[in-house]
Design a binder for this molecule. Sequence first.
Ligand code: C5P
Length: 398
Amino acid sequence: MPSPIQNKRIVLGVTGSIACYKAADLASKLVQSGALVDTVLTEAAREFVSELTFKSLTHREVHTSLYSPNSNLSINHVALAESADLIIVAPATANTIAKIANGISDDVLTTTILATTAPIIIAPAMDANMFDNPATEANVTTLIGRGFFIAGPAEGRLASGLMGKGRMIEPFDIMGAASMLLGKDGDLSGKKIVVSAGGTEEAIDPVRNITNRSSGKMGYAIAEAARDRGAMVSLVAAPNHLAKPIGISVTNIQSAEDMKKAIEDECLEADALIMAAAVADWRPLEKLDSKAKKDKSDHWSLELVKNPDIVAGINSSKLIKVGFAAESENLVENSKTKIESKNLDFIVANDITAADSGFSVDTNRVTIIHPDGTTEVLPLMSKYDVAHSILDRVKSGF
Ligand code: C5P
């Protein structure tokens, strides 16, 4: 299944902020995802970036005036508004937000926004004091009330050199918001899907733990793909280095026991549970309160106890349960045994011996094994595409 951005007409409105340089990256990412991007630059934006930047990235006309004789906007000033599947204003200054909130239409961007029925993402970028100003707060509240999706801003270092809330969120996050809005009526809308990701950490003492090599990438890809098909997604995530995906509720946990509690809570109302996490099979019998000293002896034995099997313990007839199996030998045989013992609808087996699949990489090569013994060997794909293949099979079980 392609990204919901593919073949969509997206109007990218760029307004006058130093964060304009990030808008060029966003335009490039949208084009790479298959969108047709019509860029609109405000007069102030043109002080920061040129028409040529966006023309080169999008291979399409860049709009700056309603009256240019070369533009079809001079004949039909709402042409962009009518053709857009989605409008993204990134960066959005306090001034443009104020104009939109008050229905002003004095340039291409504000006219297009006033005349469209497409969903609109606003990614504010401004000094923290401007964002905190009651006027901006009121304007943002007005836009939220009218159904605009306000993406950010983030906290961090601002162009003024000060720290505060006002940084435009990263293009990756704006892409996430775009996928979510364009996919919201997808084939999983109305379904709640719980996904686990990452490798649990089992504490030995306050500084040491037992963990594994899971990066969390497969679980995050499943969560994003389900969001992009309209599902309500809860991600239960063991420690990892991945950015929090927009539009997904994330519960961060550490140990297998924490994960079990979080998953039990989330599954009360869920339609599917996809257990991509690498749950530690064992944990230290006790967690030491202070750091164990190394100078006592040359040997140290840790007593381990078995962790509960999370997915096996979740039992609800209406819940589709999908497990993962990371195997280095007898992939199919071992996976079949797990389907039975964990009462799964199907299992996704990874070959972790290949360099281009399994841990840490962005691609995966999986075999899907069903309870009746049928196996489907899928080719090497991006983890996002593997995620869609898994969701196709989850959907057919609903
Ligand atoms: O038995 P094994 O660890 O290979 O099973 C893998 C599957 O079972 C994965 O989906 C994993 O998330 C899940 N699992 C679990 N609780 C455990 C161990 C594994 O839910 N304690």
